[in-house]
Design a protein around this ligand. Sequence first.
Ligand code: SF4
Ligand code: SF4
Length: 84
Amino acid sequence: MKEPALTLTAGDRSLTVQRDWCKGCNLCVQSCPAGILSLDEGERIVVEDISRCIFCGVCAARCPDFVFTLAREWQPQVAMGGPA
Ligand code: SF4
Ligand code: SF4
């Protein structure tokens, strides 16, 4: 059965994981500098603790199957004075 993409958030950042597309190659697990990725018993990717993710993008860069998407919520900038 198709599994919907999982979106994990921490502050204004998010990591979307399309687990269905994971082939269990382990490349991202070995590359994640935070050490928060692993494979479950079905050889599919698991993000163990999104609060420790540094949103470096290494997983997205390494994955040959486009499992990961990083995003940052847009925050409107507040004008701090200047000419009227
Ligand atoms: S963005 Fe970086 S720290 Fe976060 S899961 Fe991917 S490789 Fe690990
Ligand atoms: S690099 Fe991609 S396909 Fe390989 S284990 Fe990680 S998420 Fe799965």
